[in-house]
Structures are given as C-alpha cells and as structure tokens.
Design a protein around this ligand. Structure first.
Ligand code: BEZ
Length: 391
C-alpha cells in the first residue's frame, strides 16, 4: 500500500519528538551513564571488584541517584592489559556513549584511558592508577583522581626509612610505570634523609618468579628493602620473602599496596610489616566507622584502600553533579566543581590539587592480624609535585 501524506507527517512528528528525548538523556535528565573500566580478571581482579563495590555503595547510600539522576553502569574488564586498553576504553566512549569514565587500577592501562579521555573530552575519574604523568604532563581539566600518585606513598616511605636510620636500601618491583615511579619516590625521600638506594631490581608485570632476586638481596645484605607489588603478586612476594628467612634480618618496606586487601592470604608472613599509605583500617573516625560498617553489611567482607578510593570516586562525581543540578551540559562547571569541592573520605578529609590529585596525609601503618593499623602521620598533607602539569 502506498504511503499517504498522513503517514509522512506522523513519521516526521515522531522523529521530531525523539530528538529532544535523545539529547536530554545526555544532558539534564534521564540516567547518567557511568563506564566502569576495571580489572575483573588477573592479578589485580580483587582491586577492581573492591573499587566497584565502593563506588556502588556510595551511590546506594544516596538512594541510587546522584543529583537526582539514576546511574546506569556499563562495564569492561581491562584485564590490566595495556595493549588492549585503547580498544577497551573506546567500547565505553564510542559504543556505549558513556557520560563519565571510572577507571582503572593499572597505570599502563590508565595512561591509554587518559589519552582517550582527552581526545574525546570525556570526564575521567581515576579510582586507583597512580601514573605520575596523568596529573603531570598529561593533566587535563576533565581528569581527576580519587587515589594517589605513585610518587606519594613511595616518597613518604623513603622519609620514614631515613628516619629509621636506613643508609643502604635495595628496591624490587614490576617493570612498568607504577613500580618505576613508586621506587623513584622512595629514593627521593630516602636520599633527602641521607640514605641511598644501592640497587634497583625488577621483573616483568605480572611475573612472580622472585627466587633469583631474593638470592641477590641475601647476598647484598642492605639495611632495608622497598618493594612495590599489589594484589596477587603482593601476596606471593611477601610470602616468598618470609619463606627465604629474609624478614628476620632485612626489614621489608613498601607502599601500603603490599599489604592492603592481602592480609588473610599473607598470614604470618606479613605480621609487623610497616608500610605507608593514605588509609589505615582502624582510623577511629565517625566517617570511617560508618563506611566500614556499611561495606561489611553490603558485601559480607572488610573494605580496603581500593574500596575507599571507589567510594570517593563516586563522591567526587556527586560533588560535580550537585554543583550543576545534575545537568551534564554544564560540563566545564561540573569538572571544576569536582576539583574544587573538599572530599569527606573514610581516610580523612582531603582536597584535590590544581592538577586533580588528592592532597592528603600519608600514614605509617603496621600489620597486626588482618589489619593495617595506624601508627603515625608519615607526611602531612602531601601534594604530588605535579611536574610538567600546565593547567
Ligand atoms: C598502578 O598500576 O598504578 C597501581 C596498581 C596497583 C596498586 C597501586 C598502583
């Protein structure tokens, strides 16, 4: 049957009605599309899950809405694989058309995400990866971090090690941005206090064949070892270090990733270890106590630093959305408010630097049972130097 003029005008009316609807889903009403790009497999899988849990806990506490808008999640498992990162992030940006990206854990993957976020002017909230360059030369008005720069906990541990009289240290890590930058931060802090790193050692990510390197440590007999590992690799390293008997004579230090979310699996091998981080399990504040209670009820497990960073990533997004009444068309205002609003975190209140990185206290913690217990503030209100950031 031929189309009549009535059919054409009905079609046109329908199309016209559809355009503002589609536009408003991206703008001032409808669900906000959040793209979670995290590791759900591999050595960092537990970290990715904890971040997602923390993020969703905060959203649930707001009744499932931020600034009055529902949140719709899109998920990609990045597998902590940098070569797949650009394709993976483009699934969220171009296929799913997300309003904001949240990710990821691995610095190498996050560097590709930051580039894509800049190229497409997509909002990016980083809930872990500490790659110094993201809040350094690559910094952007649309990018913020709820976590740390790799330099921060490393530098603080170097300061503490020097205070403890360490003169000769060795470092050991995976050979990628996070390991290199964390050990560099440690070296800077240690040298400032008069100590020296006599040897840096590494192995490819995510290898866990540590024996030859442990033999080298035993031969060199440094005053202390600084190690950056996290997730499954951290569990294996701390156990191997103890099994080799090295923990009896050479203190093992690290950023808190070495013992966060890992203690049940590390057991006796981790007891009494000292690490530095922006969170400690037993911070006795109303905010931390409420967070830990709510997390335990929701997920039947204890939160760790990664859960805190996920929770705060959602808070930072909420701060931006509240400032514009949930209207995503006011992008620049939203991004500026994410940066400018102080964050009331389970770790303690913190602000974001001009480069978009937390300015925060770094704590010295000691492992007791399954907890990383607060001992002291290693460095107060530590800001990343943001070398090379021009904003
Ligand atoms: C990173 O790749 O930046 C990273 C991974 C795990 C823990 C901390 C940092």
């Amino acid at each position: 049957m031929p189309l009549t003029s009535f059919n054409f005008s009905s079609l046109a009316a329908l199309l016209l009605a559809a355009v503002p609807l589609a536009a408003s889903a991206q703008g001032a009403s409808g669900p906000i599309k959040v793209g979670l790009m995290l590791p759900y497999s591999g050595t960092y899988a537990a970290l990715g899950n904890a971040i997602e849990n923390g993020f969703k806990l905060y959203v649930q506490e707001q009744g499932g809405k931020l600034a009055g808008r529902e949140i719709q999640y899109f998920k990609v498992d990045d597998e902590s694989e940098p070569p797949k990162a650009t394709d993976n992030v483009n699934k969220l940006i171009k296929r799913d058309n997300v309003d904001v990206l949240v990710g990821t854990v691995h610095s190498g993957v996050a560097l590709a995400m930051a580039k894509a976020a800049k190229d497409n002017n997509t909002l990016l909230v980083i809930p872990n990866a500490g790659a110094d360059a993201i809040t350094g030369p690559m910094c952007g008005a649309n990018i913020v971090r709820s976590s740390f720069s790799n330099w921060q906990p490393g530098y603080a541990m170097g300061v503490v090690a020097a205070q403890k009289g360490v003169k000769r240290a060795m470092t050991i890590t995976w050979n990628y941005a996070a390991g290199a930058e964390s050990t560099k931060g440690f070296t800077e802090g240690l040298e400032k206090g008069g100590g020296k790193v006599v040897k840096d050692m590494n192995l490819p990510f995510p290898n866990v064949e540590f024996q030859a390197l442990l033999t080298e440590i035993a031969a060199q007999k440094p005053d202390a070892v600084y190690a950056f590992f996290a997730g499954g690799g951290a569990v294996k390293f701390v156990k191997d270090y103890a099994a080799a008997g090295l923990n009896k004579t050479i203190p093992l230090y690290g950023p808190g990733f070495l013992t966060d979310g890992t203690l049940e699996a590390q057991g006796a091998a981790a007891q009494n270890m000292l690490t530095t981080l922006h969170y400690a399990d037993n911070l006795d504040t109303p905010k931390n106590n409420a967070f830990r209670k709510a997390y335990a009820i929701a997920y039947k497990s204890q939160p760790d630093v990664y859960a805190v960073q996920g929770y705060d990533a959602a808070q930072i997004l909420a701060n931006g959305l509240k400032a514009v009444g949930g209207d995503l068309t006011k992008r620049d205002q939203l991004a500026a408010a994410m940066r400018k609003t102080p964050v009331d975190s389970p770790r303690g209140k913190f602000t974001l630097s001009a480069a978009g990185n937390p300015v925060q206290d770094i704590y010295l913690r000691e492992v007791k049972g399954n907890n990383n217990e607060f001992r002291s503030i290693a460095v107060k209100a530590l800001a990343d130097p943001a070398r090379g950031c021009k904003l």
